[in-house]
Design a protein around this ligand. Structure first.
Ligand SMILES: CC(=O)N[C@H]1[C@@H](OP(=O)(O)OP(=O)(O)OC[C@H]2O[C@@H](n3ccc(=O)[nH]c3=O)[C@H](O)[C@@H]2O)O[C@H](CO)[C@@H](O)[C@@H]1O
Length: 364
């Protein structure tokens, strides 16, 4: 590419779709300082705050997914779809992108579809081991499909698939260096172990209930906790804030909490897994059972079957959580083995590999 590219990125609804898009944008900017970048997201969703915070412009579409039950939102869906396709076309005509990149979520559906129909090069990035509906539909139209797991030929044309891994923010590439700062920022004691609890970008009700139920048991073991409970649940759980329990709705500086942690309990969203692989610490995954095709369990299993992490299903928590957690805490060899194996599964060049693909489709 000689001149700086004009790029539209679209993805949102949850952090799992937004952060990969931001990481890709940052890599494009690192290669082409004068690249013109525009994000397109869904009005009222998280991306409308997170993208400007990352220093990029964003336009919002009036769009949302279809709910399983009959709701007013569903009745409005056809109108939203038409409106978002129309607005996407307007944005594309005005901005004149050289390439359009979709990272999942409903807004990216409209933009990538319109771009492909206007013969603009398009790339989608699928974070999960089982694709969401938007990417499944877009796979037929996009020029490239960058994925993080094997066996996605069932859903996407084989010749378009490139396994790159999920983009991860640069500051998560060496979190070991952040350990002391992390411990200090949260006012924790560096001589006592730290458990990091992550509920994904929105927080996880069942994980919060689990921690609440076992909090005394954890304290008795001298364990300190950094507990990301989610914005929706913060009011309910903030009462547990104390010297050794840090409850937070959302962590802005993930590098600090990853750096500080000795072990992690986490949902199994795709980016969380990719980040935790780089972090290389022992993890117990508790996948959300409420996501399409149980994809979080499939995501986690790809690590667990290699011996890189432990998996507990929500329905077995009552019986298995404490014995499993205790066995991990008491066995430093197991902690080291899990961390090392997980680290060996990391794909640290994902963002750069994806941008190589972006460059390749722009040249064609
Ligand atoms: C309930 C739901 O629909 N979850 C989906 C959603 O998860 P979710 O949005 O939770 O996505 P991921 O686990 O993939 O990523 C979470 C991202 O948010 C960041 N983060 C999280 C918490 C926090 O306090 N601060 C912070 O910055 C993490 O560092 C990570 O970058 O998208 C993922 C990627 O398509 C899917 O795999 C998940 O199944």
């Amino acid at each position: 590419m000689k001149r700086a590219p004009r790029v539209i990125l679209s993805g949102g609804g949850t952090g799992g779709h937004i952060y990969p898009a931001i990481a890709i944008a940052n890599e494009i900017k690192a290669r082409y300082a004068d690249a013109e970048i525009l994000f397109v997201g869904a009005e009222d969703k998280m991306e409308m705050q997170k993208v400007p915070q990352a220093g990029y412009k964003i336009e919002g579409l009036w769009i949302s997914g279809i709910q399983r039950k009959l709701t007013i939102d569903n009745l409005a869906f056809p109108f939203k779809l038409i409106s978002s396709l129309w607005k996407s076309k307007k944005i594309i005509k005005q901005f004149k992108p050289d390439v359009v990149i979709g990272t999942g979520g409903f807004a990216s559906g409209a933009v990538v579809k319109v771009a492909a129909s206007m013969s603009i090069p398009t790339l989608i990035q699928e974070q999960n081991s089982f694709p969401g509906i938007t990417n499944k539909l877009l796979g037929k139209k996009a020029n490239r499909v960058c994925v993080a797991y094997d066996n996605l030929e069932r859903f996407f044309p084989k010749e378009k698939i490139v396994k790159t891994g999920n983009p991860v923010r640069n500051d998560l590439l060496n979190v070991g260096a952040n350990r002391e700062e992390g411990i200090e920022v949260f006012g924790l004691d560096s001589d006592r172990p730290i458990l990091l609890v992550l509920g994904g970008s929105l927080g996880a009700r069942r994980i919060n209930q689990l921690i609440e139920k076992n909090i005394e048991e954890l304290r008795n073991k001298n364990i300190q906790i950094i507990w990301q409970c989610g914005k929706l649940y913060y009011e309910e759980y903030k009462k547990y804030n104390s010297e050794d329990v840090i409850v937070t709705a959302f962590v802005e500086k993930m590098n600090l909490v990853y750096g500080a942690a000795d072990y992690v309990i986490s949902r199994a969203g795709a980016s969380s897994i990719s980040e935790l692989a780089l972090v290389g610490k022992p993890v117990i995954f508790i996948p959300s059972p409420n996501v399409a095709e149980d994809h979080q369990t499939k995501n986690a299993l790809s690590i667990v079957k290699e011996g890189g992490a432990i998996l507990l299903k929500e329905m077995e928590l009552e019986e298995k959580f404490l014995p499993t957690f205790n066995a991990l805490v008491e066995n430093s060899d197991l902690q080291r083995e899990l961390g090392a194996k997980f680290l060996s599964l990391a794909l640290p060049n994902a963002t750069s590999d994806i941008v190589n693909q972006v460059e390749a489709i722009m040249k064609n």
